[in-house]
Design a protein around this ligand. Structure first.
Ligand SMILES: Cc1cc2nc3c(=O)[nH]c(=O)nc-3n(C[C@H](O)[C@H](O)[C@H](O)COP(=O)(O)OP(=O)(O)OC[C@H]3O[C@@H](n4cnc5c(N)ncnc54)[C@H](O)[C@@H]3O)c2cc1C
Ligand SMILES: NC(=O)c1ccc[n+]([C@@H]2O[C@H](COP(=O)([O-])OP(=O)(O)OC[C@H]3O[C@@H](n4cnc5c(N)ncnc54)[C@H](OP(=O)(O)O)[C@@H]3O)[C@@H](O)[C@H]2O)c1
Ligand code: HEM
Length: 487
């Protein structure tokens, strides 16, 4: 028996891009592949690769007859025409629908439609999320997910095995109705980024309008020429610190919600759920913005832009000139400039470390505790250092002009970060934390009272005469009493 005859046979209907890519991948994964075409004599699989000469191209009928598992590598609109003459032959065969939709549908899926057309076949939805390119050229795909759905469990399991053999990661979605979700998947466009980007753009516009009002309309503080970098830098860093606070504020809202309902089993409202699930993206947006802020700050870091951050000295020219004059010369940075920059750099370094733990290669190396430490503790440390960075800038100004503290931009932009840090601190207080931890371990407020109210004791029934006696304590019931019934 030749090596090919040992292999499990699979058929592919359609010799287009996806059909050929599938054929190659399946052949390399140890399957005996046969391709079914409307015009088998006019098709060839790949003249450049000798190994693929083992893949035969036959008629659609022959392909269906000789393979128990068939991939439908054909556009959905051609499926009925291609297969309607072979309904009998298709009975009991596993039909793997790989097709993608152009517009999503909540009411039906291609796979369900195919099952309606061929009710005696076992239809399974799979592989639609893998591109022909990845199927053909990318072999390091063990983490790439393939979603699988089908009403026949055995057929689904066979497809799961094929997926594993092809070095993809199968995800069993259960019955065929789930194929609606699977077909929607390739049509998504970064859905998890939608909320963080809308949020950041909204906040940025809000801060920019506020700064324009303060610096150009309320008073003429800056020149319009300084809008692109000097003023924009403020809007960028204020958006960044607001987004960073929003990243860490979500879990406090989750805690408040759990404390209010006294259980972790109550589902979060949709807005909170979305917020919690997009914290990674919020954090990354914040990191990107702060990187822009650092670049803009370095571009403008000079005595001209930040005179209060530099020492200045007066130079006096002797009077043997016609007239005496003196001018100011700004020299090195003073403590305000150096301390602000240092604390800013520390915040940036810590935030960069949080960002690094997002890379899958790093995440895979960390255990749960280490990951939580990096994300939660270091994330809060970065937020704290960011607030400290603003405070170092603000305190000298506030000391000079105590009347403007509440009106200053420093104050306004650090309100949310402060609220986030204070809430986190309050929930860490032992008396509150103990209660929160109890809820997170499954304790439910009110349930103990209910149990206590219900626990009115035991009725013990004397097996000799059937007389019932009541007791709160099992140990006090005499030995001759055998039957215990809880009240
Ligand atoms: C640069 C950067 C990169 C980031 N990368 C990631 C990332 O890769 N992945 C990621 O998840 N976050 C990421 N984040 C966001 C953030 O760092 C983490 O979500 C972090 O774990 C939040 O810590 P926390 O203490 O606020 O909340 P957590 O430690 O998540 O939560 C505190 C407690 O709240 C409760 N809680 C939180 N969420 C839920 C929930 N959905 N349901 C029920 N209870 C809940 C839990 O009981 C938990 O113990 C990133 C942030 C930044 C700045
Ligand atoms: N391309 C991708 O990256 C990709 C990714 C995931 C899923 N898919 C899905 O895979 C399926 C095939 O896609 P593809 O890119 O391979 O398409 P394609 O290149 O157009 O190939 C489709 C094949 O279907 C066959 N076919 C049968 N009846 C047909 C008809 N009436 N008219 C035209 N062709 C007919 C043809 O093969 P014969 O002429 O030999 O019969 C044709 O080569 C689609 O459902 C698609 O949604 C594709
Ligand atoms: C996580 C890191 C950082 C965050 C969140 C952050 C945030 C902020 C915020 C909120 C302000 C106040 C803006 C205002 O009220 O006017 C600010 C100002 C400033 N930051 Fe940062 N910063 C960070 C890191 C850095 C770094 C590394 C530098 C560069 C050395 C830097 C340089 C500056 C400068 C120069 C200002 C003054 C801007 C101005 O007034 O025009 N920051 N920063």
């Amino acid at each position: 028996m030749s090596e090919i005859e040992h292999r499990q046979r699979v058929g592919i209907l359609g010799t287009g891009y996806f059909g050929r890519a599938l054929a190659k991948r399946l052949f390399f994964s140890g399957y005996d592949v046969i391709l079914g075409s409307r015009e088998p004599d006019r098709r060839e699989i790949s003249p450049n690769q000798d190994v693929l000469y083992d893949i035969k191209i036959v008629s659609v009928q022959e392909c269906i007859k000789s393979a128990p598992i068939l991939f439908l590598a054909v556009h959905f609109e051609h499926v009925e025409k291609l297969l309607k003459e072979h309904v009998q032959l298709l009975s009991e065969k596993i039909l793997i629908d790989v097709s993608n939709r152009k517009i999503p549908s909540k009411l039906t899926s291609h796979a369900e439609e195919i099952e309606k057309l061929f009710p005696k076949s076992r239809v399974v939805k799979a592989f639609n999320v893998i591109s022909a390119y990845a199927m053909e050229n990318d072999y390091d795909t063990s983490s790439k997910q393939v979603f699988i759905a089908g009403n026949n469990r055995e057929a689904r399991e066979i497809v799961v095995d094929i997926t594993k053999n092809m070095n993809f990661r199968p995800v069993d979605f259960g019955v065929l109705i789930s194929s609606r979700r699977i077909e929607k998947h390739p049509l998504r466009l970064f859905p998890e980024w939608r909320f963080p980007i809308i949020f950041a753009v909204g906040v940025f516009n809000g801060w920019l309008l506020f700064l324009i009002y303060i610096y150009y309309m309320f008073e003429s503080f800056y020149n319009w020429e300084q809008l692109s970098i000097k003023v924009m830098n403020k809007a960028v860093c204020m958006t960044s610190i607001t987004t960073l606070s929003a990243t860490y504020l979500a879990s406090s809202f989750a805690t408040i919600f759990q404390l209010y309902f006294g259980t972790k089993h109550q589902r979060f409202p949709r807005w909170l759920d979305t917020w919690l699930k997009t914290r990674k993206q919020l954090g990354l947006v914040s990191y990107l913005l702060v990187t822009v802020h650092v670049i803009m700050s370095l571009l403008t870091m000079s005595p001209t832009y930040y005179p209060p951050w530099y020492h200045s000295t007066r130079v006096r020219i002797p009077a043997n000139l016609n007239s005496t004059f003196e001018f100011q010369r700004i020299t090195w940075m003073n403590w305000k400039g150096e301390a602000t920059s240092l604390v800013g750099i520390c915040a940036y370094v810590v935030l960069s470390l949080v960002c690094v733990t997002t890379f899958p290669s790093v995440t895979d190396k960390l255990n749960w505790r280490e990951w939580r430490f990096a994300q939660s503790k270091m994330g809060h440390a970065a937020l704290f250092l960011s607030v400290a960075h603003v405070l170092v800038m603000a305190i000298p100004v506030w000391m000079k002009h105590p009347d403007v503290v509440y009106k200053s931009i420093f104050f306004v932009c650090s309100l949310l970060p402060w609220a986030t840090l204070v809430l986190k601190f309050v929930f860490m207080l032992p008396c509150i934390n103990r209660y929160v931890m109890k809820i997170r371990k499954g304790w439910i407020k009110g349930e103990e009272c209910e149990r206590h109210k219900m626990n009115r004791g035991y009725t013990a029934v004397d097996i000799n005469n059937g007389t019932p006696t009541q007791s709160q304590d099992v140990s006090s019931i005499p030995e001759n009493v055998m039957m215990l019934r809880k009240i």
